[in-house]
Design a protein around this ligand. Structure first.
Ligand code: NAD
Length: 255
């Protein structure tokens, strides 16, 4: 039985999809969860659901692309609990297009949230974890962090950067007791995917196309990614750092 009893966990992008599932899963495993999101109302809803289920959570408005917002989150967590044991950098945004269909401002927008956001919050939280000699940082990358797919230029670029950042941090801080890992999910049925589907003329056809490359011929449920995060956050993963854990229903197995 994997538990996170009394661990302090901060989850970004917890107002929706995978982040909400991770926040709920961690709280169920005994953690005190800060459900944070750019969308403060959505973060509040996640925290309210967790509390309603009899577990512990608080909500936090946090824009990961803004350094001041990341430092303010660090301050809030430290003031309330004196530490952060687990950080999940989940907040992320997508874009459809080849390099020719990607304007500089598109790439910059994704870079700021997906890469700088992960960097800024990790950089803020890491010193405290190192000082205490323990902690777990989990970055939600994507299977497009280790392979490419048509017309996902900006997204693939930023997700590869997250995998690189995870490996670099794992190497640099391997002896500190802090473990840094990322998860590379295949498709997960969340509002993120629903938003992408809306960009296509025939969403039903595209939905089937999205499911087809997985060996399992389906998308993941957000809870299936949360289970992987729970493992990485816990002491059960005590020898796991710098890794890119693939949770993709076999999408990349035949590549
Ligand atoms: N859904 C998938 O198929 C899939 C697959 C692989 C990886 N991922 C990754 O998983 C993560 C979560 O995806 P999801 O599908 O749950 O998305 P989602 O759109 O359902 O949720 C993302 C959340 O992040 C928040 N957010 C956006 N910008 C933010 C910012 N600047 N600061 C803080 N919060 C911000 C949004 O408000 C939203 O609540 C993303 O990093 C995504 O790239 C998703």
């Amino acid at each position: 039985m994997i538990t996170l009893t009394d661990k302090i966990a901060l989850v970004t992008g917890a107002g929706s999809g995978i982040g909400a599932a991770i926040a709920e899963c961690f709280a169920e495993a005994g953690a005190i969860v800060f459900a944070s999101d750019l969308n403060a109302a959505a973060a509040q809803q996640t925290a309210a659901r967790i509390i309603q289920a009899g577990h512990r959570a608080e909500s936090l408005a946090l824009d990961v692309s803004d350094e001041a917002s990341c430092l303010a989150a660090l301050k809030t967590v430290n003031e309330k609990h004196g530490r952060c044991d687990v950080l999940v950098n989940n907040a992320g945004i997508g874009h459809v297009g080849t390099i020719l269909g990607t304007k500089p401002e598109d790439l910059e927008r994704l870079w700021k949230v997906n890469v700088l956001g992960t960097y800024q919050l990790s950089r803020a939280m890491l010193p405290g974890m190192i000082e205490r000699g323990k902690g777990s940082i989990i970055n939600i990358a994507s299977i497009l962090g280790v392979m490419a797919m048509e017309a996902r230029f900006a997204y693939t670029t930023t997700k590869h950067a997250i995998v690189g950042m995870t490996r670099a941090m794992g190497m640099d801080h391997g002896t500190t007791g802090v473990r840094i890992n990322c998860i590379c999910p295949g498709r997960v049925r969340t509002p993120f995917v629903d938003e992408m589907l809306r960009q296509y003329e025939n969403p039903e056809d595209y939905l089937r196309q999205m499911e087809a490359p997985h060996a399992m011929k389906r998308m993941a449920a957000p809870s299936e990614i949360a289970s992987a995060a729970l493992y990485l956050a816990s002491d059960a993963a005590s020898f796991v750092t710098g890794s890119a854990m693939i949770v993709d229903g076999g999408l990349s197995a035949g590549k």
